[in-house]
Design a protein around this ligand. Structure first.
Ligand code: PXG
Length: 455
């Protein structure tokens, strides 16, 4: 018999004192959360000893997998030598300086300068303030409107919430930040109607031009978007979308900011989603995979145009965080990038395990009665669950098909995330072929159970 005394004790403490993020805590307290106890490779173990395949790499972040001694050692050594010092007041330290160089060595184009922060949301807030200040330095303080997309996720600070396009977030904790406009997301399967993928890609990109013209090109600071939307449900844009977006940004001198918090660090099969999709951003945010989630750290990579303006401006940029460039986090991120290079993990995702997962998903699940569409690249995928494959009709509001499926996954030792009726995968990049086979077999089992639940 399983001894669950420890589980109950932790759940009880949790219910008494812990408010969970993005959670109905009251409902969770009644049910009791799963207690995660330890992890190794691509597997988690809960407090009851159940082994679970982590198809989400934590929260899209544990890219190099769990239990990497190199990363723990880097934190331990750095904490002994210099656990903390700031980079505000004319000081720096080796981990921050070396990490900035290391990041600049993998970022695309002329993204040669790095600003550090503690989370993806802080990186996004940094982009908001930095691009506005850039235009201020250029003598155009009125060029301060940011354009983003419906259903985008850019974090949950006030800046991130406002920039994002999540209705459920906008309804809480307002009012939102002014000066933000949104255009449609390039979600062809869900919103393309009768248009071909190409026609829809063009239409969604041209929505940017329409918005710029409506607001006035002289008022628009930047367009901000993820190369592939992650938390929005893994939305891969039509192939022609990004070229047209870039043409429009150039035409109206609108800065292009890529949010690489999920797509960065190998997830799509290149160092950044921008590389995979042929994007040359002026500025980009990154977090999560930067340290494989072992310690919190984020960064904004800044292109020469913007960084030169700040450097030549001869004034302080009044922005930063206590933990900007935190030495232990930076040391771990540095060790993480070195490990990624040593193990050729980006190539492994791009040429080997990424295509393997994508094919396996389509071969195994493509014909499943619940599966309307599978999209993804590298090691990220979104699977649309529908009631009717032909018409794409969904299950409606009464049946939360995503949650039903996610619960079956939990009960069967697989973590998949549900975004509405889309099932999401984003496993650690170190996943092996045998582990991908196991993941997809488990997903099939859970899709079958889900079908039974709603039949
Ligand atoms: N940008 C993007 C693209 C993200 O995915 C953030 C910014 C904010 O990062 P921080 O570190 O502040 O959380 C994110 C974060 C989910 C989920 O349920 C996704 C994220 C965070 C929490 C939950 O898919 N992405």
């Amino acid at each position: 018999m399983t001894d669950n005394t420890n589980t109950k004790a932790i759940q009880s403490l949790d219910a008494q004192h812990h408010l969970h993020p993005f959670t109905n805590t009251g409902a969770l307290n009644k049910k009791g959360p799963m207690v995660i106890d330890r992890a190794e490779g691509v597997y988690l173990w809960d407090s009851e000893g159940n082994k679970i395949l982590d198809g989400m790499a934590g929260l899209w972040c544990v890219n190099m997998g769990y239990g990497r001694k190199e990363l723990a050692d880097a934190a331990y050594q750095q904490m002994q030598q210099l656990p903390y010092y700031n980079t505000f007041f004319q000081t720096t330290h080796a981990p921050a300086a070396e990490l900035a160089k290391e990041i600049a060595s993998v970022t695309p184009g002329d993204l040669n300068h790095i600003f550090f922060a503690g989370s993806g949301s802080e990186a996004i807030d940094t982009i908001i303030r930095m691009v506005r200040q850039y235009w201020n330095i250029e003598g155009k303080p009125y060029k301060n409107i940011l354009i983003s997309r419906e259903n985008a996720y850019h974090g949950s600070t006030v800046g991130g919430t406002s920039l994002g396009g999540m209705g459920g977030m906008h309804g809480q904790g307002g009012p939102l930040l002014p000066g933000i406009e949104r255009i449609c997301q390039p979600y062809w399967y869900g919103e393309g109607g009768d248009l071909s993928e190409e026609a829809f890609g063009l239409k969604c990109a041209q929505a940017l031009e329409e918005k710029i013209l409506a607001v006035g090109p002289d008022n628009v600071a930047a367009f901000v978007a993820e190369p592939i939307q992650g938390a929005g449900g893994v939305i891969v844009p039509p192939a022609n979308y990004w070229a047209e977006i870039q043409r429009i940004c150039k035409k109206y001198d609108v800065l292009l900011a890529c949010d690489e918090v999920i797509c960065g660090f190998g997830r799509t099969g290149s160092w950044f989603g921008s590389d995979t999709l042929g994007i040359t951003p002026d500025i980009m945010s990154m977090a999560k995979g930067l340290s494989s989630g072992y310690l919190p750290i984020s960064a904004v990579a800044v292109g020469d145009r913007i960084s030169n303006a700040f450097i030549e401006h001869d004034d302080d940029f009044n922005h930063g965080f206590t933990y900007s460039g935190h030495p232990a986090s930076a040391a771990v991120a540095l060790a993480n990038i070195k490990l990624m290079k040593k193990e050729n993990i980006v190539e492994y995702v791009g040429k080997d395990i990424g295509p393997y997962l994508q094919k396996k998903l389509r071969d195994t699940l493509g014909d499943h009665p619940l599966v309307g569409h599978i999209e993804g690249m590298g090691l990220v995928a979104g699977i649309a669950l529908v009631k009717d494959k032909e018409t794409k009709e969904g299950f409606g509001d009464d049946i939360d098909i995503g949650m039903i499926c996610r619960d079956h996954c939990f009960e069967n030792g697989l973590i998949m995330r549900a975004v509405g009726s889309r099932m999401i995968l984003s496993p650690p990049l170190v996943i092996s072929h045998a582990e991908v086979d196991e993941l997809v077999e488990k997903a099939l089992l859970c899709f079958n159970l889900t079908l039974k639940s709603v039949s």
